[in-house]
Design a protein around this ligand. Sequence first.
Ligand code: ZN
Length: 469
Amino acid sequence: MTLQHAFFRRQQTFIALAAIVMLSFVAVSPARAQDPAEPPGGKPAPKLPAWPSGRIPRSDVSEKDLRGIITQLVACGTRSTLSSWTDPKRGVGCGRDHIVARFDQIAKASGGRLQVVVDKWETSGPRTSGKTIHLENVYAILPGTDPVLKKTIFIVSGHYDSRASNVMDAVSDAPGADDDGSGTAVSIECARLLADVVHKPLRATVLFATVSGEEQGLYGGMRLEKWVKEQGYTVGGMLDNDIVGADFTPGAPHRVRLFSGNGEVDDCDGPARELSRLIEEIDGVHAIRMIFRLDRYGRGGDQMPFYRAGDPAVRFTEPVENYHHEHQTPRTENGVFYGDEEKFLNFQFMGNVAHDNAEALRELALAPAPPTDVILTGAVTPSAKLAWKAEPDAERAGLEVLWRETTNPRWSVYDYVTSGDSYVFKDVSTDNHYFAVRAVGKNGARSIAVPGQPPPRQQPPWMQKPKGH
Ligand SMILES: [Zn+2]
């Protein structure tokens, strides 16, 4: 063997050993290299406008006022929609009278900016024994100051009707302190905070609703959804508050639950979900527990008629419900008390919920309109492209283009643009992320995000909406 041969043999042995080491490494380690960087050079790091100043201080919320209206409502004995509308002492009409009186008081303090409307109608259904019944909703409207945006309406709502164990029982006591005296009180307190205390003009219109007929089949919510459209409004957002008064587990006050239904964009995004995400961003993850579900399992509320109409609509509900205190005629059975009474409420928690709603409404009603016709293209090309339409608005500063991993529940800002109606995500595939865009006002208020989707004519048959849906 020559020296040269020996050298080659050694080298070959070394290569063989190295290969064995590498193969065994691959075999024993499940590790993979990270996903390819997307975009390869890293995403832009734009400077973003600050969020709106002038947050409503939590100390402006009056827990005394929340308690005051609930005490008055409970004292009406029952507020069954099937009870008396004319007796001032007992029945649903007694509840309506107290609500109208409170709204009138706030309207007066606001210098007449708040307008109170009692909306009366009749309906029938399975929970009215097929008979035609009388119903009334009470609305307080704070008109927007922007000539265009005042036709967009943001709604906060609670239902003031209550029920005994038997939903057809109009006679037994049905205190309904939590369900839904609490939501009614939150809606009224939002009116006081935004019309009377804050005194700063909002661009869009805000409607503070208290509705009846919920327990008989969401009649008040259905009526409200129709009514605002008959008045020519576009629904910018609907915040239903139903059972938002109790928080009885240790460590209270906890976060409030915020339910939102899915959308049709990739089976997960839609207006309700986007409203939920924005409310969480405004109020904070410490305040809001987003739940990606239309309502509690198998149950419903007044946000549903809006959701079904394709409007952004969500539901606030307390962290844990006690079913002994809901839909129960007050009584003690085997030493257990049943009934929805004021003594079970936590006004610190309820005050937080009122604050979360009021601040969300304030920022929503300050924001520019969301972009429309948001189209995502760029499939089978290296770069995703988002295009949109945005109405002229001198108060809009720009738009945030958003993205997220498909498994991430929340958007991140990818970039910020001050002009144009499209954006190219250079070297970012259409396939691995979701994309959206939202408007940002000069005041820092953000519109809800609008996710990109294929142009309607390019949607394959299985993505097209069934007719009449
Ligand atoms: Zn309810």
